[in-house]
Write a protein of this length. Structure first.
Ligand SMILES: C[S@@+](CC[C@H](N)C(=O)[O-])C[C@H]1O[C@@H](n2cnc3c(N)ncnc32)[C@H](O)[C@@H]1O
Length: 438
């Protein structure tokens, strides 16, 4: 693969004559807001009148600020919104372009070493070895799922580097973890075009279209399938969050898991001693997978679990005055449909929270998640405070949860800190009788 660019071009970009010569890359002006955003820690340049002028053949963009080289960007002329992603803010960008392959390998190695040093594999065999922008390898995510490797790219930039990515993953698995990985254990998925057909990952072994296997997370077993569907059955980015909730689960016997998907939280609840777990999801298929996950764990009894294939709003109405729980998990998609109406999660909490409160025992806890970069931590917390005040709910916000560990959060980059959660605790006794929920 050829990493050398031909810098000896002379053409007019954004109305200026290119004065570049050999070894000095073309400079591109970028939007003043993009400059500010990059300075503040946001690594994306989105589509605008400046970025649409980037020449489609450029792999790298050297962005300028007042005619001085300012940032080295990875270019994706095919992406509908994110046209370039930050690679570097300092140094000699011409040299960095030439040395791109080595810098890429060094960043991957550093990311793998961080996970190794954290000893994550001692606790679970599903983890992110590389988490895109947070590991300074923008748009590239690598998961280890048992002995399989899933490489997901969110930008077309990486398409031409597939061989180097594969080689690097195999080399670094050996060097950092001492594990030999063969090509038939590697899967690749392009997630750059969210509007196009959501294609499953493709295996490098041409004879294998998909693979079903188990992973182990904190002593819980889960079924996973790569190559069969767009998603693989477990949200690995939630694993570190589940670990942070260990104490909360350990103190909970009756758990309600709303938007349960394949039941990672339900299984985790049972592992931590819950004797009555109710899971709610619209999808019959996901509920079947959830039940098969419980059955996979010999130490759990399916008799301790109730499946509700229903919308969360119907389930909350149905459970009212019949059941109570000491822990409620609520992890909605950012927007969802109950078959007739589309709603967004933040707004939905206005209706859901009082109903969940009604089902929560005194002293019980609920964990509310929001899975979108479009709402900040502050806006989410203000919304919860407003609902609890308006509806007179005796709830105390006790802890904030975010991406962490193998999925580092990026507080200055909204898209890189999409997951937010709050643990709310209901007062142990109704010490203020005037505070009755509406
Ligand atoms: C973000 S996933 C939940 C992930 C899960 N908490 C985990 O960690 O594995 C959202 C789930 O909500 C379900 N869902 C979407 N809209 C729903 C609704 N209105 N009522 C019930 N479930 C819904 C989807 O089928 C999907 O399984």
């Amino acid at each position: 693969m050829n990493y050398n660019r031909n810098f000896n071009r002379s053409e007019t970009i954004t109305g200026r004559t290119n004065t570049s010569h050999f070894n000095r890359p073309q400079l591109y002006e970028i939007h003043p807001i993009s400059i500010k955003m990059i300075q503040k820690g946001n690594p994306w340049v989105t589509l605008d009148k400046y970025s649409e002028q980037f020449h489609p053949n450029e792999k790298f963009i050297v962005a300028s600020n007042r005619r001085k080289p300012f940032a080295l960007l990875l270019h994706d002329p095919r992406h509908s919104t994110v046209r370039a992603r930050l690679w570097s803010k300092e140094g000699n960008f011409g040299k960095q372009i030439k040395n791109f392959k080595n810098d890429f390998i060094a960043r991957v190695k550093e990311a793998f070493k961080q996970r190794k040093d954290q000893k994550i594999l001692d606790k679970r065999n599903n983890l992110y070895l590389l988490f895109g922008e947070a590991d300074r390898v923008p748009g590239l995510f690598i998961q280890l799922l048992n002995d399989q490797i899933l490489i997901q790219s969110y930008t077309h930039f990486w398409d031409r580097y597939q061989d180097i990515i594969l080689q690097t993953v195999m080399n670094q698995m050996k060097q950092v973890f001492g594990v030999e990985v063969f090509k038939d254990q590697i899967w690749m998925q392009n997630r750059a075009d969210s509007n196009e057909f959501k294609a499953p990952a493709k295996g490098l072994d041409p004879n294998l279209s998909f693979k079903r296997f188990e992973i182990n997370e904190f002593g819980c077993k889960y079924n996973v399938s790569i190559g069969e569907f767009y998603d693989n059955g477990i949200y690995t980015d939630m694993a570190a969050v589940r670990e942070k909730l260990e104490k909360t689960f350990k103190s909970s016997k009756k758990v309600l898991n709303l938007y349960s998907y394949t039941g990672a939280f339900s299984v985790y609840a049972m592992k931590n001693g819950a004797t009555k777990v109710t899971s709610v999801d619209l999808s019959e298929t996901y509920m079947e997978l959830l039940e098969s996950n419980i059955k996979l764990n010999e130490d759990m009894s399916i008799g301790n679990h109730t499946s509700m294939i229903s919308s969360v709003s119907d389930a909350l109405n149905e459970l009212k005055d019949k059941e109570t729980f000491d822990l409620i998990i609520c992890d909605p998609p950012s927007s969802s449909s109950n078959g007739t109406k589309r709603t967004n999660a933040l707004k939905e909490y206005e209706k859901m929270l009082p109903k969940m409160y009604h089902l929560l025992e005194d002293g019980g806890q609920m964990v509310l998640f929001l899975n979108t970069h479009k709402v900040s931590k502050r806006k989410f917390s203000e919304k919860i405070d407003k609902i609890t005040a308006d509806k007179k709910l005796n709830l105390k916000n006790v802890k904030f949860l975010s991406l962490n560990s193998d999925c580092p959060s990026m507080p200055r980059f909204a898209e890189g800190s999409y997951l937010k959660g709050f643990i709310l605790k209901k007062a142990a006794q109704k010490d203020d009788t005037s505070k009755k929920p509406e």
